[in-house]
Each structure stands twice: as C-alpha cells, then as structure tokens.
Ligand binder design. Structure first.
Ligand code: ATP
Length: 323
C-alpha cells in the first residue's frame, strides 16, 4: 500500500514557476505517496491548512514554500508523531540549510521518499513555534526592508542590500536577558536567539556551531559602538562561523540556555523564522525533540580530497612497510 501525505504548497513563494514546480513534486512523489494537495492563499495560511490536516489524522505533512510557509506548517505538528517533510522554494531557504536538507526540489523529494526521520528541537517564542531563530533589533529591521517586491527583484541579495541600508540606521537599545538562573543586563544593536541557523545568519553565530538537537538555545548579543564596528563585528562573525571557532570580540557575547525572557528599552521589532511578528518583550523556550522531520539518511560529508582534473596527474601507491 502507498504511503500518504498532505502537501501544503505556497504558489507565490520564491522566484520559480509554481505550476512547473508543483508538477515536478507530483511527478517524483506520487508514484510512492498518495498526496492530498492544498494551496495556501492570501487568506488561508500554511498553519491553518496544517492544523486541519492534523485534525484529519494524516500520517505525514509536507510543506513547500519559503521559510515562512515551512515554519507556519511546522507549528501544527510540534509534539505530534506526524512526520514533517520540507521542500524549500523560497528566497533564503534557511530552514533546509540549517537542518542539512537538500534545497532543490528533486533532492528534497528524494529525502522524503527515503523515509528516514529525526527528532529535532523547536522552541516557542511568545506561544509561536520557532524552528530557526528569533532576531531582535537589527535583523528584524533588515527583514522588514527586504519585502516581497525586493525579494522578487533581487532574490537573496535583497537581504544584503537591506542590511547595508540598515547600517545607516544602526541604533543601540538596553536589554535584559533572564535565563533559568541569571539576569543579564547590557546594551546591544542585535540580540538573536537560535535553535538552528544556517551560516548565512551571521548574527546568530556567536558560539559557531549550533546544535539543533541538544535541548538548548543559543543567544548572541552584538553591540558595536558605531557603523565601522558593526561591519567589523559582522565580518568577524562570518569568519568565525566559517572556521567553526567561537567569537573573540568585546562587542559580541553569547550564552546557551533552555529558555530566555528578553525585555528591551525601548521596545524592539522581533523577526521569527523570517517573519516580523511584533515587538519585545519575548519569552523563548526550547521544546526538545518537538519535531519529527524527514532528513537525509546519510549526512553529506565534505570531501577531504580532490585531485582529479589536475594537469599531468599520476598517483602511485606506495608499498606500506610493516613496523
Ligand atoms: N496564494 C497566495 N497569495 C498571496 N500570498 C500568499 C499566498 N500564499 C501564501 N502567501 C503569503 O506568503 C507568505 C509566506 O511566504 P514564504 O515565506 O513561503 O515565501 P518567500 O517569502 O518566498 O520565502 P523566504 O521567506 O525564504 O524569502 C505569507 O505571508 C503568506 O501569507
């Protein structure tokens, strides 16, 4: 008997042709999985469709769209035993990158067909589910600038342009961070709480190495004194994230905890998994293993060697001498 799943598809996500993309998904999945397909509309969001699917008692929910769609649909399956599949077709596709899921339609569908699942942590931010991260201050302002129109015109570069523009309006705010056992007060331009984050989410990279199934959240504080400091801090975060080292600048701090209560003065905008959701204060709590996600069976291993293609290449195996 075929497997079955509810497919929730956002027809306006990303920059591709939705008819062609839906046809591709159906062509790959339908030979093995009976799909019940629902399209999101301006009025009916992915979370409404996903909650309805959970009510109907489906075996699996597959969401296809940008990070906003994936996150909204994931909300409905937190804490259930329903397997969740993702097919990214958005601008940033941070969800797939952070969890090591292919971000091509073919690769993502193949992962779902393989059927391997893993439990990953999620969090609740003021009662809204959070799979990736919550950004307070700078990041939220940047996301707001990179609107639908800018993303359609520039794709991923819309975020870069918005970030550069936002540097001109850099402002500091006072922040109080309460964990299970401490209250920390400082000032900052950006505070980011991450469950999982792709390397491109530089403001989340204080600890360099976010673990999505450790039952903990990572908070990064970035507090540059001026625009030049902000550029230097961002570059440092980018470098440390790519080399896997923790940051070493006085204007960047990070800590790890199960939950954070964050208040700011004045109130700051908050972006949750790519969507502006309101302003501070926020309370963010980790839900260990709260999502069961279709993941690739074998993690992709970075090649440690590449010699093919070099000019006049010869490789001679040496006799190994026993000691
Ligand atoms: N049929 C539709 N028509 C117009 N808007 C829609 C429709 N379906 C969903 N939406 C809106 O799309 C938004 C979610 O977009 P999503 O995050 O999936 O894509 P994206 O913006 O391309 O991706 P990314 O967040 O990676 O940049 C939500 O605000 C939702 O209300």
């Amino acid at each position: 008997m075929n497997r079955s799943a509810c497919l929730i598809f956002n027809p306006v996500a990303g920059q591709g042709d939705p008819d062609i993309e839906l046809a591709e998904i159906r062509a790959i999945l339908e030979p093995d999985i009976d799909l019940d397909i629902y399209l999101t509309t301006q009025e009916i969001d992915a979370d409404q469709l996903a909650y309805a699917a959970v009510e109907r008692g489906v075996d699996a929910i597959i969401a296809s769209g940008g990070d906003g769609t994936l996150s909204a649909a994931a909300a409905a399956v937190v804490g259930t035993d329903i397997s969740f599949g993702i097919i990214s077709r958005g601008t940033a596709n941070a969800f797939a990158t952070a969890l090591g899921i292919p971000d091509t339609i073919a690769g993502a569908c193949e992962t779902i067909l393989q059927g391997g699942t893993r439990h990953v942590d999620v969090a609740y931010c003021n009662d809204r589910p959070m799979v990736l991260l919550a950004g307070i201050g700078f990041e939220a302002e940047t996301v707001e600038l990179a609107d639908r129109d800018a993303k359609n015109r520039f794709g991923m570069m819309a975020y870069v342009f918005a970030g550069i523009q936002q540097l001109r309006n850099l402002h500091k705010f006072d922040v109080e961070i309460e964990t299970e056992d401490r209250i920390i007060k400082t000032s900052a331009c950006a505070v980011t709480v991450a469950n999982a984050a792709p390397p491109t989410s530089v403001l989340a990279q204080g600890p360099a190495g976010l673990v999505y199934d450790d039952g903990l959240l990572d908070l990064t504080i970035v507090a540059p004194a001026n625009k030049a400091g902000a550029i230097a801090a961002t570059f440092h975060l980018f470098q440390t994230a790519s080399t896997g080292n923790a940051v070493e600048r006085d204007d960047i701090g990070f800590l790890r905890a199960k939950q954070f209560k964050i208040t700011t003065e004045p109130a700051q905008k908050v972006v949750l998994d790519g969507e502006i959701v309101g302003t501070t204060p926020v309370e963010i709590k980790c839900i260990p293993g709260g999502l069961k996600i279709f993941m690739p069976l074998v993690e992709e291993v970075e090649p440690t060697e590449k010699l093919e293609g070099l000019p006049n290449l010869t490789i001679e195996m040496k006799d190994t001498v026993e000691e």
